[in-house]
Design a protein around this ligand. Structure first.
Ligand SMILES: [Zn+2]
Length: 257
């Protein structure tokens, strides 16, 4: 009993367990209880619902501006939903095109601290950006990375990116190149993806702020129908580095069309 308390105290000191996992009189062995982890599907649903509420708000404001009573107040902006259970430090990382002129957290109706936002000036993520994502996946349970591309993107249309394709890239193609590059560069992200703990989704932002999601990867194994049951969360006090001893990884799964 004393040892269980000591282990729990150690983990609390190192931030490995949340307050609700602290030992109590009724649950003296909280470290042995299954941990609820935010998986990529629930993380995406949370983000998607935020974006949808903002879309509905924009539509309501437009309706009010065009047809509403001039003396009435315009609809108030919605507030972000509660954090989903099991979320780590960030609900999602967002790789946003550096020349997009949208406010990412407002567009997705998320609190800014809940997103790890990287402004990307091209389809190649820098080593330090990959390292940051890997740290978040490994130590902060980051379940999802969203690549946001947008209409009329000068970066996607830049000659250096279209030379190999011999034609202008659509913003969706550009986003998928970013997503594939991210997974190719990180064996840790690939491993987390195979375990169903991490996924990359592309979102296309229209000029009016509406987002079209390309989230087919969330419907394929290991997350979608036919996926095996998720593996139990290992005891964090005995977790080994995710990359050590990992065999060579297969290429990243392309998104289905
Ligand atoms: Zn752009």
């Amino acid at each position: 009993m004393r040892r269980a308390y000591a282990m729990a105290a150690l983990c609390l000191a190192t931030g490995l367990v949340s307050a609700q996992e602290r030992p109590t009189a009724g649950n003296p062995h909280p470290l042995h209880a299954p941990r609820l982890r935010l998986d990529p599907v629930r993380a995406f649903q949370h983000i998607e619902q935020g974006a949808e509420r903002m879309r509905a708000h924009r539509a309501a404001r437009l309706q009010h501006a065009e047809h509403g009573d001039p003396g009435s107040q315009p609809p108030l902006p919605p507030t972000p939903a509660r954090r989903p259970t099991g979320a780590g430090r960030h609900i999602a990382a967002v790789v946003a095109c550096a020349d997009g002129d949208f406010d990412v957290s407002a567009l997705l109706l998320q609190r800014r601290p809940d997103l790890l936002i990287l402004a990307n000036p091209g389809p190649v993520l820098r080593r330090d950006e990959i390292a940051l994502l890997e740290r978040s996946i490994e130590t902060e349970r980051l379940p999802l990375c969203i690549v946001l591309v947008h209409d009329d993107c000068p970066t996607a249309e830049a000659r250096e990116h279209t030379r190999s394709a011999r034609r202008p890239l659509s913003s969706r193609e550009y986003g998928e190149i970013v997503a594939r590059h991210l997974l190719r560069q990180s064996r840790l992200a690939q491993q987390a993806q195979r375990l169903g703990r991490f996924e990359v989704v592309v979102g296309h932002v229209a000029a009016n702020g509406d987002i079209t999601w390309h989230a087919e990867a969330l419907e394929a194994p290991p997350l979608g129908r036919g996926a095996p049951a998720p593996r139990p969360e290992p005891d964090p006090t005995h977790a080994s580095p995710a990359v050590e001893g990992e065999p060579a990884s297969p290429p990243a799964r392309p998104a289905r069309h």
